[in-house]
Design a protein around this ligand. Structure first.
Ligand code: OSB
Ligand code: MG
Length: 381
């Protein structure tokens, strides 16, 4: 479904930076609490200019097997050298659509592949004077904005935090749950705010043995329950889905187009969370969108606490026609006091604007980027 072909780039160097960005408030999930976002920013240096990408790993391998310093190593040792070798005039210029194929022999590390592909894509789009949104097939100028709310001290504190986001205008609330912090938390939010669009995310914290507890959530009329079981529990998710009225949505399990196809074939999910990092790139994300749209399965755009780079790209992706549920594309200030782009995404009447500028549509704030950088390396061909 992507638009016309993009120009290849002559990749001259790749700069990688590890950033530490303080969060405005701690973010707690079933797998832990973060107070500082540790993330990698990619700059692809080409003969025609720079392109930017973001590797959305976290400090520790708790959401998935990927983590920042593993990404840092595999990028420098294998993935960036493979791209640099391919991007020389001698071996041919590098097309954005070719990046995934060049990196394909290296197993896994999809967040790294996604960040590298985005940087090449951005460079090529800028050279062509085109926006990522238009290239991916966006059909909306703005998108509805949901917010992902971490586990709080107790249900009363959760209600206070949710109230703040509703007051700001967010149109859909997602709360994180874990065993012991599920039914009472959900009940408290429903009791306080009535029939708001509400969903829960378990980040793999349950097993099939918890099916009775999870079925208690049925009475709250949730939009969906996200990833109750483990990443590789496709069949168990199908079994659980038969026991719940709440629609089951998969996040961690959907690692590729193939995984999405399998999950749909097995009725393991009736909704899909699409995250470009998790599936190896924005181009694969579009393919999953296309598959789900064809199958009549609603999708929404997930988030990984992106900086302004990935957040802009997510807004572009979420503007595709199959994204029929509000995503976790919230305003930058939901996580950061100071973003690394000059015009961070803001909330306007519960929506965020899809960037229309060339490439990812945002410019880097060099001073903010430098301030957040704790490690930097440049690989040249
Ligand atoms: O499961 O969706 C998730 C953040 C980090 C890792 C996993 C998840 C999340 C979120 C935050 O829920 C989404 C966001 O970026 O707003
Ligand atoms: Mg999730």
């Amino acid at each position: 479904m992507t638009a016309s072909a993009l120009p290849p780039v002559a990749l001259q160097a790749v700069e990688l930076r590890v950033l530490h960005l303080p969060l405005v408030a701690p973010f707690t999930t079933s797998f832990g609490t973060e107070t500082v976002r540790e993330v990698i920013v990619v700059r692809a240096r080409t003969a025609d200019g720079d392109g930017w990408g973001e590797i959305v790993t976290q400090h520790a391998p708790l959401y998935s097997s990927e983590y920042t310093h593993g990404a840092w190593d595999v990028a420098q040792r294998f993935l960036v050298p493979a791209l640099l070798e391919r991007g020389t005039p001698a071996s041919g210029l590098l097309r954005p659509e070719a990046v995934a194929g060049v990196l394909e022999p290296f197993v896994g590390h999809r967040m790294v592949k996604a960040g590298l592909e985005l940087a090449v894509l951005d460079a090529s789009l800028r050279a062509a004077g085109r926006s990522l949104a238009a290239h991916l097939g966006a059909v909306h100028e703005t998108i509805p904005s949901g917010v992902s709310v971490g586990i709080q001290r107790d249900p009363a504190a959760l209600v206070d935090v949710v109230r703040g986001y509703l007051d700001e205008g967010y149109v859909r609330i997602k709360i994180k749950i874990k065993p012991g912090r599920d039914v009472a938390d959900t009940a408290a939010v429903r009791a306080a705010f009535g029939d708001i669009p509400l969903q829960v995310d378990a980040n793999s914290a349950y097993t099939l043995a918890d099916a009775d507890t999870l079925a208690e959530l049925d009475r709250f009329g949730l939009l969906l329950i996200e990833q109750p079981l483990q990443e590789d529990d496709i069949v168990d998710h199908a079994t659980l889905a038969r026991r719940l009225r709440t629609p089951v949505c998969l996040d961690e399990s959907i690692t590729s187009l193939k995984a999405a196809r399998d999950a749909l074939a097995l009725n393991a999910a009736s909704v899909v969370n699409i995250k470009a990092g998790r599936v190896g790139g924005y181009l694969e994300a579009v393919r999953i969108h296309d598959l789900c749209r064809e199958a009549g399965v609603p999708v929404w755009c997930g988030g990984m606490l992106e900086t302004g780079i990935g957040r802009a790209a997510n807004a572009a992706l979420a503007a595709l026609p199959g994204f029929t549920l509000p995503g976790d594309v919230s305003a930058s200030n939901r996580f950061y006091a100071r973003d690394i782009v000059t015009e961070p995404i803001v909330l306007e009447d519960g929506r965020v604007r899809v960037p229309t500028g060339v490439g990812i549509g945002v410019e880097i704030d060099a001073a903010a980027l430098d301030e957040a950088t704790i490690e930097r390396v440049e690989l040249r061909r």
